[in-house]
Design a protein around this ligand. Sequence first.
Ligand SMILES: [Mg+2]
Length: 177
Amino acid sequence: MLVFDIDGVIRDLTGAMCQKHNLPTPQVWYYYHDGLSYMDYLRKDRSIYLTAQPTEYFQVIKQIIVECLSVDVPVELWTHQTDHNFCALTRDWVAQHLPICNGLIKFKTGDEKIDSLSVNDLLVEDNPTLKSFDNVVLIDRIYNQSVVCSRVKSPQELKRYIADYLMLKYGFKLKGC
Ligand SMILES: [Mg+2]
């Protein structure tokens, strides 16, 4: 199964938060600014959960998901949201931007994600605090530089990485790869 995290991978929640509150871009995972944490800023204005733009990886990921589902390669979106309001808003964001994934969203903590992965799965993530990076590929972000693991630095690199995974595990060739 191919699994995508949502925030930092598909949805640019951080960019929306920084724009909304005129904040500097977070350079670290545990972000504080003027005494407030990342989560404090997110809770200040929940509308950004709906208005956040897709990331630069979105179009490539969308194309991959469409192709995978067309040949019954299983795909899911796994996201950690800290309360049910964020879960509902995240479902709405996906319904707006990636409706093919309605019904494929699961809410899991980082630990739950790792515990749920099987040897044939691939998880696309940006979180540097996971307890294992087996079966994980990280989207390269300034806040996850400390982790040594599989990593991609552009949408084209991600497409190539996933194409190799799909060929190896499913014998399935992505278009254009
Ligand atoms: Mg994330």
